[in-house]
Design a protein around this ligand. Sequence first.
Ligand SMILES: Nc1ncnc2c1ncn2[C@@H]1O[C@H](COP(=O)(O)OP(=O)(O)OP(=O)(O)O)[C@@H](O)[C@H]1O
Ligand SMILES: [Mg+2]
Length: 283
Amino acid sequence: MIDAEHLTVQFGERRALDDVSLHVEPGELVGIVGVAASGKTTLLKTLCLLVRPDQGRVRIGAGASASSMAMLRRPSDQTDPSDPTDRSDGIAGDAPDGSAAPLLDLTTLSARDLAAVRARFGFSFQNLALFDQLTAEENVSFALVRRGMADADARLRARAQLKAVGLESAAEKLPHELSGGMRRRLALARAMVARPEVGLYDDPFVGLDPVACARIARFIAREHREVGGVTLVAAGDPAPLFAVATRLVLLEEGSIAADLPPDEFARAADPAVARYLGRSRAA
Ligand SMILES: Nc1ncnc2c1ncn2[C@@H]1O[C@H](COP(=O)(O)OP(=O)(O)OP(=O)(O)O)[C@@H](O)[C@H]1O
Ligand SMILES: [Mg+2]
């Protein structure tokens, strides 16, 4: 679960996010859509505190898959039982009304605790950020080795993940030897391989033809179903998300202008949605 309240992000004169609140339950696959510069990337980065909000807070559920993370975690990341202030397990949090499971407020964490909690996130960047000198397989296995998995196990798991995205035969290739669509699938494979509770995927459809977009969307949806966590996918063009998203959230100049199920979104009953769909279809 992820719960963002009143997020505001200011870059100099520019307010990239303006009082954004968003609650996403496990099992939801939410599309974050909007025109260029509407704040999609900033929202995804703020949700995992790669961008620190000027106002507001981001809370996540206290770790349904804490046991699977323990398996992946480096020994050095583990809680030191002799240190009562150590919260690196990411479990400590507040339960303000004492009812629901405790939530962890990311905006209050130290850099060290935040680094540990970020292991529960998968992020694929709009510019991909692949490692140019590493093969496709190494790009994927790196994400597991970093979390403490033995090299040989990580390679096996990376191979299986590459197969799942149709890149089996490209395992030994370097990123520059792959097509644009293959690189996007590789970045997604890397972001998803550790089975993140919260997957944040920043416009994986850019520059791809409709067939490739649909394929990527199906892959994201399949992984999402298997993990059962929270998935947010940013996209300038909403079309690939209609078939897979549970909700589409429209950003307009840093604010949420609509939050609708895909069928209602596609019908464009809401004026902000109609405006946006008119623009994105004309583009
Ligand atoms: N690090 C930064 N410093 C200054 N301004 C920024 C920074 N990051 C984003 N912005 C500004 O914040 C606004 C929102 O940018 P953002 O990248 O979140 O939009 P976006 O919806 O992801 O756009 P796109 O569809 O082009 O990817 C833009 O006006 C952008 O110029
Ligand atoms: Mg962006």
